[in-house]
Design a protein around this ligand. Structure first.
Ligand code: C2E
Ligand code: MG
Ligand code: MG
Ligand code: MG
Length: 283
């Protein structure tokens, strides 16, 4: 009887493995069709200038309108897309769509339009031999001015091979686009690379902003990063600002740009545009 029980348990285990495998294959299959079927959505999250609190830029963030599971956040499908290489196709679509949408907005309503749009680039996309051509194409095809486009790369991606990254970034910057280091401070890398790597912007990771008001040491750290960025002539953006207290402290520390739920959630460009154009209601 003990033997039978063991066998049953094994069959159950096998069933579950089988289910997981089928589920993964199903997800993979649906994700691979998402681009052609027009299921990807571009959301924009505003970036504000401080201390005047005006929207000056926007970050493009991908969403997937999954016919089975509904609107999905990148955390639930980017890992699979990276494993399978489908991320390159997603990134290429986002790049073109971000340039198109923001150029359109700038043409229609220059008063409210963001001055720049930031696009996230995966490691696999940066490694594409023709990534510079792809960026050049997105700019020419849409008419967006090169200095209105920011490419965001994480420290981890840049640090894989500094020589290769530096050469690639030089190539991209020749086009006139700007380069940002995303999630700055989380890559466990030495600061030394900032000496050599050609970048224009630092985005301080949300983990350094959360709890800023309560922690003096953290404040000193963020203050030092802001000063460092400015000394190097970089634009410094604080990510993940959720509280007005955080925003006030950042202003006092001379941080000029901020992004976060306190200022605006990611949303479709049309919704963001409509909200910015609506008359301000005074209480
Ligand atoms: P990220 O580039 O660092 O983007 C910022 C993430 O933080 C976004 O999450 C945004 O919605 C979220 N966020 C913004 N403000 C706040 C806040 O105040 N509090 C909190 N808790 N979160 C905030 P999202 O849209 O889920 O994207 C997650 C990550 O997925 C991005 O991190 C980026 O690494 C990646 N990603 C998004 N879109 C793309 C894309 O088109 N291509 C690639 N390769 N990666 C993308
Ligand atoms: Mg980003
Ligand atoms: Mg980030
Ligand atoms: Mg992040």
């Amino acid at each position: 009887a003990a033997k039978d029980q063991g066998k049953n348990r094994w069959l159950l285990f096998e069933d579950r493995m089988h289910e997981q495998l089928l589920d993964r294959l199903d997800q993979e299959c649906r994700l691979s069709q998402a681009v052609h079927r027009g299921e990807l959505r571009l959301h924009l999250q505003p970036v504000f200038s401080l201390p005047d609190n005006r929207m000056v830029g926007a970050e493009a963030l991908v969403r997937w309108e999954d016919p089975v599971q509904g609107l999905r956040q990148p955390g639930s499908f980017i890992p699979l897309a990276e494993e399978t290489g489908m991320i390159v196709e997603i990134d290429r679509w986002m790049l073109l769509e971000a340039c198109r949408v923001v150029k359109q907005w700038q043409d229609d309503d220059p008063e409210t339009a963001p001055a720049w749009v930031s696009v996230n680039l995966s490691a696999a996309h940066l490694d594409e031999p023709d990534v510079t051509d792809q960026v050049a194409y997105a700019l020419t095809a849409t008419g967006l001015a090169p200095n209105c486009l920011v490419l965001e790369l994480t420290e981890t991606v840049l640090m894989r091979d500094l020589a290769v990254s530096t050469a690639r970034l030089e190539e991209l910057r020749q086009l006139g686009v700007k380069i940002a280091i995303d999630d700055f401070g989380t890559g466990y890398s030495s600061l030394g690379y900032l000496r050599d790597i050609p970048v224009d912007e630092l985005k301080i990771d949300r983990s350094f902003i959360t709890g800023l008001a309560a922690n003096g040491r953290q404040r000193e750290l963020v203050n030092a990063v802001i000063q460092l960025g400015h000394t190097l002539g970089l634009r410094v953006v604080a990510e993940g600002v959720e509280e007005s207290s955080e925003l006030n402290l950042l202003s006092v520390m001379d941080c000029r740009y901020a992004q976060g739920y306190h200022l605006g959630f990611p949303e479709p460009a049309d919704d963001l545009h409509a909200r910015l154009s609506a008359p301000v209601l005074h209480a």
